[in-house]
Design a protein around this ligand. Structure first.
Ligand code: HDE
Length: 727
């Protein structure tokens, strides 16, 4: 029998000084000696120094563990309680700190303090999320992305809890539990995880025509963003701004990414989920920690009731948007994320967004979805964070002075001081805070009321016109992706009548789309669904709705994967490094072994990825920097062939040195090389490669990557062209 030891193998690692909420109070923390080398002594949560953290207290070396071991019991009890309920929706999320800066004051329309002074910065915290998946699900699910912003204004916290899609599935909050039940794993079998591609979801959708506009967006590439940094955000609902005299202006909020919009291909998303399920959070972490701070502009669409009355739809209907061409977006500020969290749980997990958190000068409209949310978010936080004192958690606490008479409850970290905890009271200056009609928040005196009834107004009845408008605003490539996504999703539906019912709605949207999807499913076109209101086919296409029509014109923030072998051309690598760095792009070296490669000039470069750990799906463009011997040695290697085949299939730009031809031949690509393959035979060619990369993808290649029996893209109004660069 092994001799019992009092210490295990691992010595405790040096840790940073404890965070604020652990900090010793009262005695200055000097009671415990250090454990040597400046490392603090380990203690229990009660502050009692711990001598041995490797073995529990036992009666004899092989005897039972003693109840008396308070350190062991405290440690295990705390561990047992480490989890809090994950969010019912938006469980998978990632947050970061930053600031909002007002660039164009809105004093004319709102008294909201954060919009009053040009150049003033207000601290902010943002949490991005997917909707359907659990906390541990993969980042690249086809899904809406949450874009929740908490701005700690001088007059209280403003939570703009938005999405990366400007409309929603449903019009009334009472349908939200049904929508979410349908998309989450089916209750008997407990799957699929983080996927809308299943029967229950599409069954609900097929019976809910108001969802059709949002379905177009979710089936588009918007639902598989390349990076959280490259997506738009929207407040979705119509809100109100109130000026100093409480006059109302309707407002819709937009976040516009500084580096433009970009998504991945569906086949790529599927592979990224396997290769790096944390792709989005890693990207956000890496960009912030390397100083490439993600940035968005805040834009507003402002309008009044008279303007609203001009539309056929209701501006209170969250399944509708106002095209930017009809009402331009006024840019009023910017949001910059410049600090990662210190601790994921304390900040990202415990942050509690509530749509009802609006400072004076911002108010709600009667959008029935928004009204329902204003109840739901507070309710959910109480359950999730265990009681009413979640505002005592630092990430949720306002950063402005606050004073009220709320007290006690679970985990109260601070109670009002003094004798008086009610008002009115007659204690004068000692009587605590008082209401203040001048600065206090006031609601818009909306007279828009009617008989009490459960009803959907007639003005909410058009379910197809804007769905069609979105579809016809896309490029042919984007339209094809929508059709492909619908075919993919509906092919996972095991009830043929549900598939047919969805297609019957598509027939009210666009004939080409319905035809393509029916063909992809192998079914005859059904009769069109009965429409509450016929589709308006006259709505003008809106270029702002297409991602491909609005290219960033830069490769900034993007990443190149450079697959290199021993003997790779050092001069080309140096030129690539210089050009990419100048552009604000980054690169990673992928090599047969993680130790790296020895370049042609004898220098050694460590690799960031081994070939099978760094597939090309993780990069925006790739380079093959191979020596003749290197190409020869990897050309039979499956992951190396996948690397180039996927780069081709996902329409990426590929830079290569001559020996890479051996790999292209082995991968059966040699006769398919097109203008997206750029030979890097001199340093100038590196500039050509980078110029091509600014187009992000060579979508013209896509038809050549498909199976022979696939029909060409439906004839949309837009040409299937890689858009011209802006600069
Ligand atoms: Fe949410 N939503 N939601 N939602 N939502 C939640 O709040 C809810 C809706 C959105 O990063 C929950 O803290 C109802 C629209 C985001 O922490 C919950 C309805 C939009 C986040 C909730 C909606 C959103 C949430 C779950 C229909 C876009 C993540 C946990 C009336 C404008 C926030 C939580 C974060 C989270 C309810 C519809 C966005 C249950 C009842 C529309 C970004 O309260």
């Amino acid at each position: 029998m092994a001799k019992p030891t009092s210490r295990g193998q691992a010595a405790p690692r040096a840790r940073k000084a404890s965070t604020t909420y652990d900090e010793p109070q009262g005695n200055g923390g000097e009671t415990h000696q250090t454990a040597g080398g400046g490392v603090p002594t380990l203690t229990t949560a009660q502050g009692i120094p711990v001598a041995d953290d490797q073995s529990s207290l036992k009666a004899g070396p092989r005897g039972p563990t003693l109840l008396e071991d308070f350190h062991f019991r405290e440690k295990i009890f705390h561990f047992d309680h480490e989890r809090i309920p994950e969010r019912v929706v938006h469980a998978r999320g990632y947050g970061a700190h930053g600031f909002f800066e007002c660039t164009d004051p809105l004093t004319d329309v709102t008294r909201a303090d954060l919009f009053q002074r040009k150049g003033e910065r207000t601290p902010a915290f943002v949490r991005f999320s997917t909707v359907a998946g659990s906390k541990g699900s993969a980042d690249l699910a086809r899904d809406v992305r949450g874009f929740a912003v908490k701005i700690y204004t001088k007059e209280g916290n403003w939570d703009l809890v938005g999405n990366n899609i400007p409309v929603f599935f449903i019009q009334d909050a009472i349908k939200f539990p049904d929508l979410i039940h349908s998309v989450k794993p089916e209750p008997d079998r407990g799957f699929p995880q983080a996927a809308s591609a299943h029967t229950n979801f599409w069954d609900f959708i097929s019976l809910t025509p108001e969802s059709m506009h949002m379905i177009m967006w979710v089936m588009s590439d918007r639902a598989i963003p390349r990076s959280l940094r490259f997506m738009e955000g929207f407040g979705v609902h119509t809100f109100r701004f109130l000026d100093k005299k409480d006059r109302s202006t309707f407002v819709k909020f937009h976040w516009k990414p500084k580096l433009g919009m970009q998504s991945v291909a569906w086949n790529e998303a599927v592979k990224i989920n396997g290769a790096d399920p944390d792709y989005h959070r890693r990207d956000l972490w890496d960009s912030i920690t390397t100083g490439a701070f993600p940035e968005w502009q805040l834009g507003v669409q402002l309008f009044d009731q008279k303007f609203a009355d001009k539309f056929d739809f209701d501006i209170l209907d969250p399944t509708k948007l106002i095209p930017e061409e009809v009402l331009p977006v006024r840019i009023v500020g910017r949001l910059v994320l410049d600090r990662v969290v210190d601790n994921f749980f304390a900040e990202t997990e415990q942050v509690a967004f509530c749509t009802q958190n609006v400072p004076p000068g911002i108010d709600f409209s009667n959008d029935p979805l928004l009204q329902g949310r204003n109840f739901s978010y507070l309710d959910t936080q109480i359950k999730r964070l265990g009681g009413p004192n979640f505002t005592h958690i630092p990430i949720n606490a306002p950063k402005c002075p606050f004073a009220h008479f709320q007290q006690d409850g679970h985990m109260a970290m601070r109670n009002p001081v003094g004798r008086v905890n009610y008002e009115p009271n007659s204690f004068g200056a000692d009587g605590g805070p008082r209401e203040n009609p001048q600065v206090g928040t006031r609601s818009f005196a909306d007279a828009d009321m009617g008989p009490k009834q459960r009803i959907r107004p007639e003005s909410f009845a058009d379910h197809y016109s804007q769905a069609r408008q979105f579809f016809v605003s896309q490029t042919a490539t984007e339209q094809k992706h929508i059709a492909d996504a619908l075919v993919f999703e509906l092919s996972k539906v095991d009830r043929p009548e549900v598939r047919a019912r969805v297609v019957s709605h598509l027939m009210n949207i666009h004939d080409d789309l319905a035809g393509k999807v029916a063909d992809g499913l192998g079914i005859d076109l059904p009769t069109a669904a009965v429409a509450a209101k016929p589709t308006n086919t006259k709505l003008a296409p809106s270029d702002a709705l297409s991602m491909q029509k609005n290219p960033p014109g830069t490769f900034e923030g993007r990443k190149v994967g450079i697959l290199a072998t021993d003997g790779a051309d050092a001069a080309i690598l140096k030129a690539l490094d210089a050009a990419l760095t100048k552009e604000g792009a980054s690169w990673e070296l992928i090599a047969p072994k993680i130790a790296g490669v020895t370049l042609s000039d004898g220098t050694h470069k460590p690799a960031q990825q081994k070939i099978d750990g760094g597939p090309s799906v993780l990069y925006d463009a790739v380079v093959l920097l191979l020596s003749p011997e290197g190409a020869d040695s990897i050309k039979t290697h499956g992951p190396a062939k996948d690397f180039v085949n996927d780069a081709f299939a996902h329409c990426k730009f590929v830079g290569y040195t001559a020996p890479a031809m051996a790999l292209f031949e082995a991968a059966a690509l040699a006769d398919k090389l097109d203008e997206g393959f750029i030979a890097l035979d001199n340093k100038r060619a590196v500039d050509d490669f980078l110029a091509a990369c600014r187009n992000l993808r060579l979508w013209e290649r896509e038809p050549r990557t498909k199976a022979k029996d696939e029909k060409p893209a439906p004839n949309g109004p837009a040409a299937n062209k890689t858009p011209k660069q802006k600069r």
